[in-house]
Design a protein around this ligand. Sequence first.
Ligand SMILES: Nc1nc2c(c(=O)[nH]1)N[C@H]1C(S)=C(S)[C@@H](COP(=O)(O)O)O[C@H]1N2
Ligand SMILES: [Mo]
Length: 397
Amino acid sequence: MPEQIMPPQISRRETLRRGLSAASMLALADWAIPALAQSDADVPFTDLPANYNPGGAPGAATRQLDIRKIDGMLTPRDQFFTTQHFMKPEIDPATYKLKFTGMLNKPAEFSLADLKAMKSIDFINGFECSGNSGRAIQGLSSCGKFTGVRLSTLLKQLGVNSRAREVVFFGYDRGSADVAFRQQTYKLDQQFGRSIALEHALKPEPLIAYAMNGEPLTLNQGFPVRLIMPGWYGVANVKWLSEVHLQEDRYLGNYQARWYRTIRGVGGTGKDDDPQTQWVETEVTHMQLKSVIARVKKTAGAHQVVGFVLNDGTPLKSVEVQIDNGPWQKATLDSANSQYSWKLFTYKWEGALPGDHTLVSRAIDINGTVQPTTAELSRKKTFLEDNAQFPRKVKIS
Ligand SMILES: Nc1nc2c(c(=O)[nH]1)N[C@H]1C(S)=C(S)[C@@H](COP(=O)(O)O)O[C@H]1N2
Ligand SMILES: [Mo]
């Protein structure tokens, strides 16, 4: 018998892995879009150059997802978007250690094997970079199924000191970051670091993850271990995790307190020079409610508009699609969506006439938050957290 078809000895992990991929197949099977018939063709967006390719060159440091190819809940490992500030550290999984330090009763180190031996959970998590926007067809976004150990389990096991307030996460990656102090700018070599309040760290969601879509993390996605912060922007999901440090004081690292900030004008008449305007500066944390039209397909007798929603996990009230400034029409949310996955939606566009059309979507959550228009975001001065409605143009032939 050729080797491939001999029944192999299946290890427990392999069984698990196959179980996981069967589960991801299920998620795909649940997908409300009827499987694409061979005759169903994508309608190209006319607001993009004909040969537009959002992805970086093979091997490039950053990669966008070509959202026009989304066809299910989980983004394949070789398409998942990626971005980072420094280099991608290559870590030997055999000698890898994750340190827990600072205000803990029992500081400790865990090897990859230690983590894998602990009770694991699976989690479908979608996220985007806080710099993601329509300028780059929203391709700094993806959704994966992550496997790992709850951060809260580890923290409880090690015993958090009652004075601890802040949990800082450091990556193995490092590089030069500018630290501005008054008239001086210091170029200092440092690790990538981010922090969250202890209150957030002890919630059930944050995950110390070592697998995505049933396989070890890829180098791009933070091999061997990363943090997953469901409902938060990409930057909170620290990759190549080296150390988790508990402290009392706020952590003011460059990528926490300076690089990732949003400045908005609030109150007054809406004019920047109105003395009633308050300038509110915030850290980049939870994702703002956003929906995106990703693709339009011609099916038998109609057109199908497909897109996704990202937010902080607040349940949605609706997603709506507007065609050529007509009335907002309800789209259908996919039954495979979960609280922190991206939320896929479809809209059946009937009677599309030949010619040019503009399509746009908006999401509304159960608190009544409505995804804003670009005009409504005009008081946000910095470009991060751009969750504006994203009009798309198509030509129907
Ligand atoms: N260690 C480390 N983690 C990091 C970063 C980084 O530069 N270093 N970049 C962050 C940012 S800005 C984003 S958007 C996400 C991207 O995650 P991905 O490459 O898995 O899509 O990683 C985050 N985690
Ligand atoms: Mo990011």
